[in-house]
Design a protein around this ligand. Structure first.
Ligand SMILES: Cc1cc2nc3c(=O)[nH]c(=O)nc-3n(C[C@H](O)[C@H](O)[C@H](O)COP(=O)(O)OP(=O)(O)OC[C@H]3O[C@@H](n4cnc5c(N)ncnc54)[C@H](O)[C@@H]3O)c2cc1C
Ligand SMILES: NC(=O)c1ccc[n+]([C@@H]2O[C@H](COP(=O)([O-])OP(=O)(O)OC[C@H]3O[C@@H](n4cnc5c(N)ncnc54)[C@H](OP(=O)(O)O)[C@@H]3O)[C@@H](O)[C@H]2O)c1
Length: 273
């Protein structure tokens, strides 16, 4: 018996930033990208090489056309204006299940990419013309790239400060693009900060974890303005410990976590694990 392919998409390009960090561009075989909101995610999937052979009658939710897929969520990093493909910013985990398989792919290879694009980590509930502070670690930058690329130049925000925390300068995968955007657009301030870069390296930017850049003196010095919860929405994306620590700190400053009880809240986050 033959089984049809579980795949519905194709990797069209990958840009390796270094051996464990890459940008993947994937297109749906059936046509254009469905509508989505910047900040949303979809799932990528590949057949589990350790799974038993395909069973076309299997009702399991994680099976597609009988094949067992390993699926993981990935934030879309590209602008909603790009209809031909979706872009993802992905780090390969040392003992991950899906990312080592993704790393074996080359352009032209098939992949599963869910047509359902979802997620509430967007700018939808934030009024136009506010100050935005976006804080991320590692590939948590992805949804912010989509927001920036889609909304820059539209007056969506008054001022946007992007604080990106990485271990090493070489992990700043969109550094050139973000530096260029900030140079062209007065409303955007880009503050990359690194934690493990050797002291004698050529890096002359900020050092330390992201919350250190949020501290009043550092924020004022690097942006020229205080971090004022009365006019600002903060968005956090990345690892859960960063989010918990930054959220606790921002709540002490007067930020309120957006929730069912506080829909007007000005602190929003997306945990990657
Ligand atoms: C809504 C959402 C959006 C996401 N978007 C992205 C994205 O755009 N890019 C991306 O690289 N990952 C993203 N992730 C994480 C992604 O879904 C996978 O968990 C990740 O790729 C690891 O998969 P894996 O099978 O290789 O490892 P797993 O076997 O699932 O191992 C997971 C472990 O790896 C670590 N880990 C997982 N993700 C990351 C990460 N991004 N950075 C550092 N350590 C991590 C954690 O310690 C976690 O326990 C997102 C997760 C969610 C929930
Ligand atoms: N082999 C390689 O070259 C290589 C390179 C990159 C990643 N990786 C692997 O890929 C995985 C992901 O690594 P990653 O560097 O993208 O993500 P990460 O481990 O989440 O680190 C990204 C940044 O977040 C910081 N951070 C961690 N906990 C924090 C907290 N509680 N509050 C604020 N900031 C915090 C880190 O600082 P600290 O440095 O202080 O922890 C680092 O600057 C890791 O498992 C790693 O082993 C491998």
């Amino acid at each position: 018996m033959t089984h049809s392919s579980p795949y519905n998409a194709t990797l069209i390009e990958r840009q390796d930033i270094h051996e464990t960090l890459a940008v993947f561009k994937v297109r749906y075989d059936a046509g254009d990208v469905p509508g989505f909101i910047p900040g949303q995610f979809t799932t990528l999937g590949l057949v589990d090489p350790d799974a038993p052979p395909p069973n076309p009658n299997s009702p399991a939710a994680r099976r597609r056309r009988g094949h067992k897929l390993i699926r993981r969520a990935y934030s879309i990093a590209s602008s909603t204006e790009i209809k031909t493909h979706l872009e993802f910013y992905i780090v390969r985990g040392p003992e991950g299940k899906l990312t080592p398989l993704l790393w074996k792919l080359k352009p032209g290879d098939p992949v599963f990419m869910d047509e359902k694009i979802k997620g509430n980590f967007t700018l939808e509930g934030i009024p136009d013309g506010k100050d935005l502070v976006m804080v991320c670690t590692g590939t948590g930058l992805g949804p912010f790239m989509s927001m920036l690329e889609t909304c820059r130049g539209t007056g969506r925000w008054r001022r946007l400060v992007l604080i990106e925390g990485c271990r090493y300068a070489r992990d700043l995968g969109y550094y050139d693009k973000l530096t260029e955007i900030a140079a062209e657009d007065d409303s955007v301030i880009y503050l990359p900060t690194v934690t493990r870069e050797p002291g004698d390296s050529p890096w002359d930017g900020l050092r330390g974890r992201v919350h250190e850049v949020l501290e009043p003196d550092a924020f004022q010095k690097n942006t020229g303005q205080p971090l004022d919860p009365a006019h600002c929405h903060a968005l956090l994306c990345g690892g859960p410990q960063m989010i918990d620590q930054a959220a606790e700190y921002l709540c002490k400053l007067g930020f309120v976590i957006e929730s069912r009880e506080h829909p007007e809240g000005n602190l929003h986050f997306e945990r990657y694990w």
